[in-house]
Ligand binder design. Structure first.
Ligand code: G3I
Length: 317
């Protein structure tokens, strides 16, 4: 049978996965990651707490490993993530800085990381999860100290550091039209109007089995695409109450298919990244006790109906 990347390639879209750096030494994991996907995202190792755990002390080992893995396997790299309220190093989260010092720290971080991987990371999540559920700006340290101007400044710093990388804003619960995605829509429309260098919007798609509305997702992707932006499904997983059974797995397959079909129906949707390979390694059970089985491969790294559904979506496109 063809792999996901083999069926995705003729559609002109990428199929990616989040890579858990600690699992690259597992040959089963590594083989699936290399053969099934043509794009990789670091699940954790490109986040600020990993790359600069102490101020001015950098640790690029995991990020370098990911980029090297991608080059070995002829894969794109989706950079995740530069400016995010979560997984900030303690010195940054708890430190006391003047507003101007804090702005410089942020833009220096963006410049340093994007420059390091210039030409090697094709897309960056420059800003991640900037919104509350009601569409207002999240009261992150960035927002509290700098107001919404931190967003434009982060994008300008990223563009200057790698003019060829495509720059994204990424969020969750923005997959369909709602208060949060409306807030995001207004922001990116205004950024575009102001000439801020933004190229795309990432939609995480951490979804729930039986609650996926493919046509609503497609329409929402389309409205952002109509602003002249690229759109990407950046972190797809679809969780259920565990244990899984065949009814739930079949519904999950239909839900994966619906998300893939929504992307494939929008020409500006350039790819789909799933947030992990195996249910065994997923973040979901840690954060949602009693839920899981959200990935395309099961606990034993065997492909699930969701995997077959993804493949069928590309074949049909
Ligand atoms: O590395 C430490 C380890 O030393 C320690 O023993 C262990 C004990 O808990 O924690 C380890 O760190 C964990 C880290 O993943 C690496 O495994 C953190 O506790 C854990 O919180 C962290 O979770 C990650 C989460 O982001 C953090 O917010 C998940 O792996 C990762 O899948 C998840 O990904 C996010 C995206 O970046 C943004 N969108 C939502 C998505 C899901 O939450």
């Amino acid at each position: 049978d063809p792999t996901l990347r083999e069926v995705a390639e003729p559609t002109g879209r990428f199929i990616g996965t989040a890579i858990n750096d600690g699992l690259l030494s597992n040959s089963t994991y590594r083989n699936i990651a290399a053969t099934e996907f043509d794009s990789v995202t670091a699940e954790n190792v490109m986040k600020w707490d990993t790359v600069e755990p102490q101020r001015g002390q950098f640790n690029w080992s995991g990020a370098d490993r990911l980029v090297q893995f991608a080059q070995q396997n002829d894969q794109l790299v989706y950079g995740h993530t530069l400016v995010w309220h979560s997984q900030m190093p303690g010195w940054l989260q708890n430190g006391s800085f003047s507003n101007s010092e804090f702005r410089t720290i942020m833009t220096d971080h963006v410049t340093t990381q994007v420059s390091r991987y210039r030409g090697q990371v094709q897309r960056w999540d420059v800003v991640n999860e900037a919104f509350n559920e009601d569409g207002t700006f999240r009261q992150s340290k960035f927002y509290q100290q700098l107001g919404s101007s931190y967003i434009a400044d982060a994008f300008r710093a990223a563009r200057a550091a790698d003019p060829n990388a495509k720059l994204f804003i990424n969020d969750y619960n923005t997959e369909t039209a709602n208060a949060k995605s409306d807030g995001l829509y207004r922001l990116v429309r205004d950024l575009k109007a102001q000439g801020v260098p933004i190229d795309g919007v990432g939609f995480q798609n951490h979804l729930i089995v039986g609650q996926v509305n493919g046509s609503a997702i497609q329409q929402n992707l389309k409205r952002f695409a109509d602003l002249g932006l690229e759109v990407v499904i950046t972190e797809l997983d679809i969780r259920m109450r565990t244990p899984a059974d065949s009814t739930k797995l079949q519904q999950q397959a239909r839900d994966y298919r619906a998300v893939a079909d929504a992307c494939l129906a929008v020409s500006a949707c350039s790819g789909i990244t799933v947030w992990g390979i195996s249910d065994r390694d997923s973040w979901v059970p840690d954060v949602f006790p009693g839920e899981g089985a959200a990935c395309p491969w099961d606990d034993n790294y065997r492909p699930k109906p969701a995997y077959e559904a993804l493949r069928a979506a590309f074949v049909a496109a």
